[in-house]
Design a protein around this ligand. Structure first.
Ligand code: GDP
Length: 204
């Protein structure tokens, strides 16, 4: 996932790059650590804008990965990562929240090149409404989903392992497409595993 490049920021799904090739979307509550995770995965510190002020960036951002990802015998694919707007920050005006709820919903339902979702969850916080909504969507539509339990450096190794086990237990037994791992952008924990998971989603 080296060599990722900013393509564009969009306010509507109609402004995203043409719906062809393969992409993986990153979603998470504001401040969960999504930008930091994207930067760690692409090994590009300034790729996604990290912020101490949650909810500041309200855009969908498309990044291209260097071609080609070739799936056996097929022509090379256009491959992208899509950073969905952080969700759930109270200070974002209601209208904007409604706008993004609709756009994210439309994106998940309509985007044909979407191969999977990476859901970023702060390991210290149990799944919140937004996280559950995203997981339920994936279970219902069989969209593969990979959860990064991030900021794992904030917990002891034992507590982090417990949190992962609890999350996996909570995955419905009929969710064979959901996976999860421990992650920390600061400590570099789980970065290779997460890269592998994203590449697997892209090749699906
Ligand atoms: P986003 O709103 O989900 O994109 O979150 P950011 O990536 O901007 O991170 C929000 C805050 O959490 C920032 O202050 C980051 O420095 C911090 N943060 C992100 N990832 C980690 C991590 O793995 N460990 C720790 N300790 N802090 C993190």
């Amino acid at each position: 996932m080296q060599g990722a490049q900013f393509v564009l920021a969009a306010h509507r799904i109609s402004q995203l790059p043409a719906d062809q090739g393969a992409e993986v979307a990153f979603a998470g509550r504001s401040n969960a650590g999504k930008s930091s995770a994207l930067n760690a995965l692409t090994n590009h510190k300034g790729l996604a804008r990290t912020s101490k002020t949650p909810g500041r960036t309200q855009q969908m951002v498309a990044f291209s990965l260097p071609p080609p990802v070739q799936v056996d015998g097929q022509p090379p694919l256009d491959v992208r990562l899509i950073d969905l707007p952080g969700y759930g920050y109270a200070k974002v005006p209601m209208e904007m929240r409604d706008h993004w709820k609709l756009e994210i919903d439309a994106y998940l339902h309509q985007r044909r090149s979407l191969r999977g979702l990476v859901l970023i969850v702060d390991i210290r916080h149990p799944l919140k409404e937004f996280d559950r909504m995203m997981l339920e969507f994936c279970f219902a539509t069989q969209l593969p989903c990979h959860v990064l339990l991030t900021k794992a450096d904030k917990l002891s190794r034992g507590a982090a392992t417990q949190a992962l086990a609890a999350l996996r237990k909570g995955f419905a037994s009929n969710s064979p497409h959901a996976t999860a791992q421990i992650f920390s952008s600061s400590a570099g924990t789980g970065v290779d595993e997460a890269r592998e998971a994203v590449m697997t989603l892209l090749r699906t």
